[in-house]
Design a binder for this molecule. Structure first.
Ligand code: AMP
Ligand code: MG
Length: 430
């Protein structure tokens, strides 16, 4: 059951002025309703989308017992009854067999294979009738007497079984799974060319700030180029959403009201950056009270303290802070998992924390969870991480150098080199 925002905000332990990261994530997850609209697409177009149906195997994969090696197919029992004299002398030795034909991948040998007989076989070729084992070609020798098959193989060795990957009627992929390159191949191996996926999530976003200019404009005094719309675009594309860039707006109710209205009528999700800090939030808050149900939080995290969450019309709304690093951190920590739920994904989990040895000193005050940008490496000494230089929330270059967040718990203070710290990999999300 999904709850309403008002219901949740009435909970006893709800404190918008100091919201722990986990609690904020948990709160958001309770209000989300996955989309239900689906479309059928060619499997190639399904890459990165979310499956809206179970994929049930219509056949056995592989369809026949077949060889895992280039070599010789034979009946294992024959190596026991046809023991070569060498075997008696101590080594396992070999059994001499008579070659009766060849089984190629796609061109099987169909006649029954008799006692003491063997068939030349190639990888993926169907096991000839009567054969159960394959000796790899490097282990067998051939001369005028016949094919010498070693006696020390196990019964069934180098044979792949019919249906060992998938059996007819088995669920190959579950509804709600992300359609990955491996899924694409698996579905193709079943001969299925089209699948049902959820409609792409439409995510409208815009920036707010009097100082912002678009690319192509000349900067006046104190003005900066709007970068948040580009990091957001990139992260939304990576998350498999349809990004709708509404532009950037000055901090005025007139300018922003229209953008919210357009976004709410057009999109499943609205993301804004800037304008949620204490000094700026007032008019946005007022406007959103008219248009929907929105809560402003101070999250106990760094970077990314102020954040708004709610519904505007039918759309979910995430009001992210303006600072460029804070936008990326809050997107990673809150928005990405929310989008995954809305997309219908049932297999999404935040990347697991990895333990690493810290290489440099970190300064920190207790009270907030910090997400410092780090570079994780694996060396002869194990898994190590160092933080990228300046950790200011406006320093976007720290994000381009990093491959992970070093996650420092709320109550932790400064940390010395050599300590073990928690690390979250970016994993292609950023
Ligand atoms: P705000 O949250 O609006 O107070 O903004 C915090 C900081 O982030 C300020 O230094 C802003 O100039 C900067 N900022 C806000 N929006 C953007 C944006 N779209 N692109 C780059 N920097 C921004
Ligand atoms: Mg601003």
């Amino acid at each position: 059951m999904t709850a309403t925002i008002r219901e949740l905000s009435c909970a006893d332990d709800y404190d918008p002025n100091s919201m722990p990261v986990d609690k904020a994530r948990d709160f958001i997850s309770k209000v989300l309703m996955p989309i239900t609209a689906t479309e059928r697409v060619h499997i190639r177009a399904a890459l990165g989308r979310v499956l809206a149906e179970d994929i049930v195997s219509p056949l056995d994969v592989p369809g026949h017992d077949n060889s895992a090696m280039d070599g010789w197919a034979y009946r294992h029992a024959d190596t026991l009854s046809y023991i070569h004299p060498e075997a008696l002398a101590g080594s396992a030795g070999a059994t001499t067999m008579r070659r009766v034909g060849t089984s190629y991948a796609g061109k099987p040998y169909l006649d029954p294979v008799g006692k003491g007989e063997c068939v030349r076989i190639f990888t993926g070729a169907v096991m000839p009738p009567g054969c159960d084992t394959v000796a790899m070609q490097e282990r067998a020798t051939e001369d005028d007497a016949g094919i010498h098959i070693p006696n020390d193989l196990k019964p069934g060795q180098n044979r792949r079984f019919r249906g060992e990957d998938l059996k007819t009627g088995a669920t190959a992929l579950k509804k709600g799974a992300l359609f990955s390159p491996a899924a694409l191949g698996l579905v193709a191996s079943l001969g299925i060319g089209e699948v049902s996926v959820y409609r792409k999530l439409r995510v409208a976003f815009f920036s707010t700030g009097d100082e912002l200019k678009g690319i192509g404009s000349t900067l006046g005094p104190g003005e900066i180029y709007d970068s948040n719309r580009y990091t957001l675009y990139g992260m939304l594309e990576r998350a498999g959403c349809e990004p709708i860039d509404l532009g950037n707006f000055v901090d005025s109710p007139e300018a922003i009201r229209g953008a919210f209205q357009r976004a709410a009528s057009d999109a499943d999700v609205i993301i804004t950056s800037g304008g949620v800090s204490v000094g700026e939030a007032d008019f946005i808050k007022q406007m959103l009270d008219e248009l929907g149900e929105v809560l402003f939080w101070k999250i106990a995290m760094k970077p990314g303290r102020p954040m708004a969450y709610g519904k505007v019309g039918g759309a979910h709304f995430f009001g992210l802070p303006g600072n460029p690093v804070a936008v990326m951190v809050t997107f990673y920590q809150f928005v990405r998992s929310a989008l995954a739920t809305l997309q219908g994904r049932t297999d999404y989990a935040l990347p697991p924390m990895v333990k690493a040895t810290l290489l440099n000193k970190i300064k920190k005050m207790p009270g907030r969870t910090e997400f410092q940008r780090g570079v994780l490496t694996i060396t002869a000494n194990g898994v190590e991480v160092r933080t990228t230089g300046d950790q200011g929330s406006g320093i976007l270059s720290s994000m381009t150098q990093a491959n992970c967040f070093v996650v420092l718990a709320t109550d932790v203070g400064g940390i010395d080199p050599g300590s073990i710290v928690d690390v979250q990999m970016f994993e292609g999300a950023m």
